[in-house]
Design a protein around this ligand. Structure first.
Ligand SMILES: [Zn+2]
Ligand SMILES: [Zn+2]
Length: 252
């Protein structure tokens, strides 16, 4: 399995960067995991967008889905018509949101017209080309799902935390995973009350409790001290952790 980081920014883009977007390739299958703002241009730097067979959304926040709009325009008006539509796998509620966005500029069917829509239930286990997908709801400001992708024929497990606050569900879900790509948005724990994101130290702690074999931090701003974030996570994890970087390729 080959994972290319197209964007690792939080809800606003790094200079020259993109929000959440990860290209996952296994045999003949190409899945775009999340499609936040800036991701479509980054995708085009590494691959013909018509080669993407599946787009999978963890949750429909803008920084995870907004570039479905230019992607849909490209599929609708760009060259290379007549190809099979890519599948868009969305959690409950996401399609309504994308339709509402399109309605604002008079094209509510834009995304549905460009992609073959599959609405998944987080309890589902899906086959997505040569990959299996499963999900775990995690605490966030809206419904969000951690995602696991693993080859259908067996092989390494890739676990993506999506956006989440501290929780045990992710620890159970990511137990012994080969790669945990985990969000580390905050520098300080959220004040009392609901937390929708993790600090780097909390991310490292979740990875340690899960027994993850490899840990990569993501969803952090280039305005933070990345070295300090990495150090805090490594200390909590009890071993080295990596920082996501746009364009980086992770081989599993
Ligand atoms: Zn979010
Ligand atoms: Zn986000």
């Amino acid at each position: 399995m080959r994972i290319t980081i197209l964007g690792k920014s939080p809800s606003w883009q790094d200079a020259g960067g993109a929000c959440s977007g990860y290209l996952v390739q296994e045999d003949g299958t190409t899945v775009l995991l999340d499609c936040g703002n800036g991701v479509f241009a980054k995708l085009r730097e590494v691959l013909d967008y018509r080669e993407v067979g599946h787009v999978l959304l963890s949750h429909p926040h803008a920084d995870h889905c907004l570039d479905l709009i230019p992607f849909a325009y490209a599929l609708t008006y760009g060259p290379g018509g007549g190809r099979e539509q890519p599948e868009l796998l969305v959690p409950p509620g996401a399609l309504e949101l994308l339709r509402a966005l399109g309605t604002l500029w008079g094209n509510p069917e834009l995304v549905e017209g460009a992609f073959r829509i599959t609405q998944y239930d987080p309890a589902d286990r899906l086959v997505v080309g040569d990959l299996r997908a499963r999900f775990a709801p995690v605490p966030h400001y809206i419904d969000a799902n951690a995602v696991e992708l693993t080859p259908t024929g067996g092989g390494p497990r890739f676990t993506f935390s999506a956006d989440c606050g501290p929780n045990d569900a992710l620890v159970d879900f990511a137990r012994d995973t080969d790669l945990l790509l985990i969000e580390a948005t905050l520098t300080e724990p959220a004040p009392d009350g609901f937390a929708g994101h993790l600090t780097a130290a909390e991310a490292g702690d979740h990875a340690r409790r899960a027994g993850a074999r490899r840990v990569v931090l993501t969803h952090f701003s280039d305005e933070l001290d990345a070295g300090a974030q990495q150090e805090a996570a490594a200390q909590a994890f009890g071993g080295p952790v990596e920082l996501a970087r746009g364009g980086a390729v992770l081989e599993l």
